[in-house]
Design a binder for this molecule. Structure first.
Ligand SMILES: *Cc1c(COP(=O)(O)O)cnc(C)c1O
Length: 447
């Protein structure tokens, strides 16, 4: 089969998949998952037919997808894929650009530069910041914290690039008790042992208790968060960042999903956040861009560009080339789907997306409280944290609802006991989907 026919067939199959997305179960049933056994074949010696490979992928693969691109997936904060962003992604596949620098791909470098400016605008962060488009909030946090470590050590007269960590002045790292596991991971990879982290207790909402902040100094990295995974709450940025500023410490904010509140009517939750030194957020979560796309934002543009620099004699580029702001040397222009999302949504569209999910979460929480559930958080954002009676009953009710197909959502642990967590983040989710989930939950609890 010719290339164009094959791609047309892929497009046709993608069209079929999306046509049925609303009816698809949020999580694939057992038969669909058993069907995955066909993929357990030995690698062929001489290769197999491309068209047949595509058919196999669709016939056996599509049914075993989680319908996270649909309206009834309430697990984690995964988001779906906005049409404009998904379409940009399709065209980019034909381009197959290595978007490391302007010389490699003028179109990628140009559009990603625009996307960077728009992000700083819509998130209202310091306009002089560098913006690196990386694969994930994890990778972008690693990039930001590398810059932080390098800067703090340089202030002590230590050349990190040359001398590394051995014998270096000690950097103190302060994190929240509810810090996200991927921030811990980034810190661990950077050589800040987990037992060395200074953990600050949180209040009843999962926010750092500002009164219990340890003393900070000019060798401290303070990690804050916008959007705690269970409660969706925000650390009290103003007092914390003020304390860090006085000590000349570095503040990094993990805002993988919560930073988007700043672009909505919930902006007050992020007050003071603009005073931090670096921030990470995802496109692939609440902005509803396809995987994978995230951003590292660093106020001191040079600091990020130097920490992540990958210039070589055969491949020099400007300081703000994406290969010098992210982990990747060869990379996809992941800023382009983000550009397409922002261009088609506009400021009002971003705000509407975020506000709609927050409003629906508040409505759902209210419905569940009236239905006898314990809603454990204040629901300031898009997360609803729930228990229903004792631990066993909580697990039972969740399973009953998952079996109805009304929605999929995950388990969690809150303050030492099991709970479940309903997240709203798909652009496709309408009120009727949330109402259907609420009905199923209330029925399961009553039965
Ligand atoms: C998802 C998430 C991350 C990690 O983001 P990835 O893009 O999956 O690496 C970090 N922090 C928080 C609060 C998250 O929700």
């Amino acid at each position: 089969m010719q290339e164009l026919e094959l791609l047309a067939e892929a497009d046709e199959r993608a069209r079929e998949y999306l046509t049925g997305i609303e009816q698809r179960p949020p999580f694939p049933d057992q038969a669909a998952r058993d069907g995955l056994a066909v993929f357990a074949e030995a690698l062929s010696d001489h290769g197999q037919d491309a068209a047949e490979t595509l058919r196999m992928l669709d016939i056996h693969g599509s049914p075993a997808t989680t319908a996270s691109n649909g309206p009834r997936y309430f697990g984690f904060v995964i988001g779906a894929a906005l049409p404009a962003a998904a379409a940009a992604e399709r065209l980019m596949l034909a381009w197959d650009q290595c978007a490391s620098s302007y010389d490699n791909s003028p179109v990628s470098a140009t559009i990603e530069r625009i996307a960077a400016l728009w992000l700083l605008d819509v998130l209202d962060l310091p306009r002089e910041s560098a913006v690196g488009f990386g694969t994930s909030a994890t990778a972008c946090t690693l990039a930001c914290l590398s810059a932080a470590r390098r800067v703090l050590l340089a202030r002590q007269g230590w050349d990190f690039d040359r001398d590394g960590l051995f014998g270096a002045p000690e950097i103190k790292v302060v994190v929240s008790e509810t810090v996200h596991i991927t921030v811990r991971k980034a810190l661990r990879l950077l050589g800040f042992g987990t037992a060395r982290l200074i953990v600050v207790p949180v209040d009843a909402h999962g926010r750092i208790d500002a009164d219990r902040l340890p003393s900070l100094d000019e060798k401290t990295i303070l990690c804050l968060q916008a959007g705690e995974v269970n409660t969706g709450e925000f650390d009290p940025f103003t007092p914390l960042i003020e304390a860090a500023g006085k000590a000349n410490a570095w503040v990094h904010v993990d805002g993988a999903f919560g930073l988007w509140a700043r672009a909505s009517s919930r902006r007050a939750l992020t007050e003071g956040i603009e005073g931090a030194d670096s921030w990470t957020t995802d496109g692939h979560k609440w902005l509803n861009t396809p995987y994978d796309g995230a951003v590292a934002i660093c106020r001191d543009a040079e600091a990020l560009a130097q920490a992540m620099n990958a210039d070589a004699v055969y491949a020099t580029a400007s300081g703000d080339a994406q290969k010098n702001l992210t982990l990747e040397f060869s990379r996809r222009a992941r800023g382009i789907p983000i550009w397409a999302a922002l261009r088609t949504l506009g400021r009002a569209g971003v705000a509407e997306l975020v506000d709609r999910h927050c409003d629906e979460a508040a409505w759902l929480a209210d419905r569940l409280r009236k239905g006898g559930f314990d809603v454990l958080n204040r629901v300031v954002l898009n997360q609803v944290l729930v228990r229903c009676g004792d631990d066993e009953r909580t697990a039972q009710v969740r399973q009953t609802v998952l079996d109805t197909g009304a929605g999929w959502f995950g388990n969690t642990v809150w303050q030492g006991r099991p709970a479940f967590r309903i997240s709203l983040s798909s652009w496709r989710t309408r009120h009727e989907d949330v109402a259907r989930l609420a009905d199923a939950l209330v029925a399961a609890a009553g039965g």
